[in-house]
Design a protein around this ligand. Structure first.
Ligand code: NAD
Length: 320
């Protein structure tokens, strides 16, 4: 069985991926600096000694070297995922995403055992897409520093794959949601409504429309790519076939919290009603390529994913 490294494995997506890999019997190592992730997400695996956990930082070269030792597959998920923050603190995203990825690639190159790298990229690399659903062939014109950092990482990974003999894949993820997610619109709405159940502040005009993918569907895509991808380098969009507006999400969250007569208050920071400068207002990815080449397709719609996530997060957050 291959030895697998999950960077950012204590985070939302990473910990679900670790669950699945352990379940399938792989030997799993995790490196995480716990900046946004939590050991709570990996508690059972650590207690049962099912994984090796390294508390380390990819910005530190020695931590990278330690983490890649004897590893054949790397799932690279460690990053600062806050798109909104990236616009006010560009250097954080450059260091956490681009420098960290470069260090990891250098460590992988020098160790010589790594065969495959699967990278968690993002739909934000496209910016305001001219074509919707957006195919992988659409040009990359990111409008946030976060999106730019992901595009930079993709470019580095592509070059390393061609030069140093790895197989590598960049998965351009839509909005991924599910239990344990600690950021994003659903989490944000629940926290706000917990503080004030009479009024909900919505960033932007609420007409932003995007595609949301449930975590189990996402993990299915990661696992399929690990098992079946056999070329030097490819990019795949991973998202849903439908999309949903922020206003619809707000209504679902209100309903699931059992609230009535909640007043929606819109905070407008851009002329065209985006959530914040750098927010992509309309996002729907074409998933024909991954459907055709790897036979992956989502089981849950955006709406179902939002409702299931709202239910799971409400139960957890209201208990705190
Ligand atoms: N959640 C989404 O909707 C979404 C969409 C597109 C892409 N992505 C990407 O998927 C990945 C996982 O996202 P997530 O939502 O699970 O976020 P998350 O914050 O829950 O996970 C990121 C993990 O990386 C760790 N980390 C950050 N910087 C690190 C560093 N320098 N060294 C070691 N560990 C570090 C954090 O502690 C955290 O555990 C990220 O790369 C994110 O950009 C997420």
């Amino acid at each position: 069985m291959e030895k697998i490294l999950v960077t950012g494995g204590a985070g939302f997506i990473g910990s679900h991926l670790v669950d699945r890999l352990v379940e399938e019997g792989y030997e799993v190592k995790v490196i995480d600096n716990l900046s946004s992730g939590s050991l709570e997400n990996l508690k059972d695996h650590i207690e049962r000694k099912e994984i090796e956990f390294i508390k380390g930082d990819l910005k530190n070269k020695e931590d990278c070297e330690k983490s890649v030792k004897d590893v054949e597959v790397i799932f690279h998920l460690a990053a600062n995922p806050e798109v909104r923050l990236s616009t006010v603190r560009p250097e954080v995203h450059f260091n956490e995403n681009v420098v960290a990825t470069f260090n990891l690639l250098e460590a992988a190159r020098s160790i010589g055992t790594v065969e495959k790298i699967v990278f968690a990229s993002s739909s934000t690399v496209y910016g305001d897409a001219k074509e919707i659903p957006t195919p992988e062939s659409h040009e990359m014109r990111p409008i946030s520093i976060y999106g730019a950092s992901k595009a930079s990482c993709e470019a580095l990974i592509c070059a390393y794959a061609h030069l140093y003999g790895f197989k590598a894949v960049s998965l351009r993820l839509a909005n991924i949601i599910g239990p344990r997610s600690g950021h994003g619109v659903i989490y944000d709405f629940i926290m706000k409504l917990k503080r004030n159940p009479k009024e909900l502040e919505i960033l932007g005009d609420g007409t932003q429309r995007k595609s949301y993918l449930y975590i189990t569907d996402t993990i299915d895509a990661f696992i399929k790519v690990m098992k079946e991808f056999n070329k030097t380098y490819e990019v795949y969009n991973v998202g849903n076939k439908d999309w949903i507006t922020v206003n619809e999400i707000a209504k679902i969250v209100v309903e699931e919290m059992g609230l009535k007569d909640v007043k929606f208050k819109y905070r407008l920071t851009t002329k065209d009603g985006r959530g914040w400068p750098g927010d992509v207002k309309y996002m729907l990815l074409s998933i024909s390529k991954i459907e055709r080449e790897l036979r992956w397709r989502p089981k849950y719609s955006s709406k179902d994913a939002v409702r299931m996530t709202a239910r799971a997060l409400i139960t957890k957050i209201l208990k705190q």
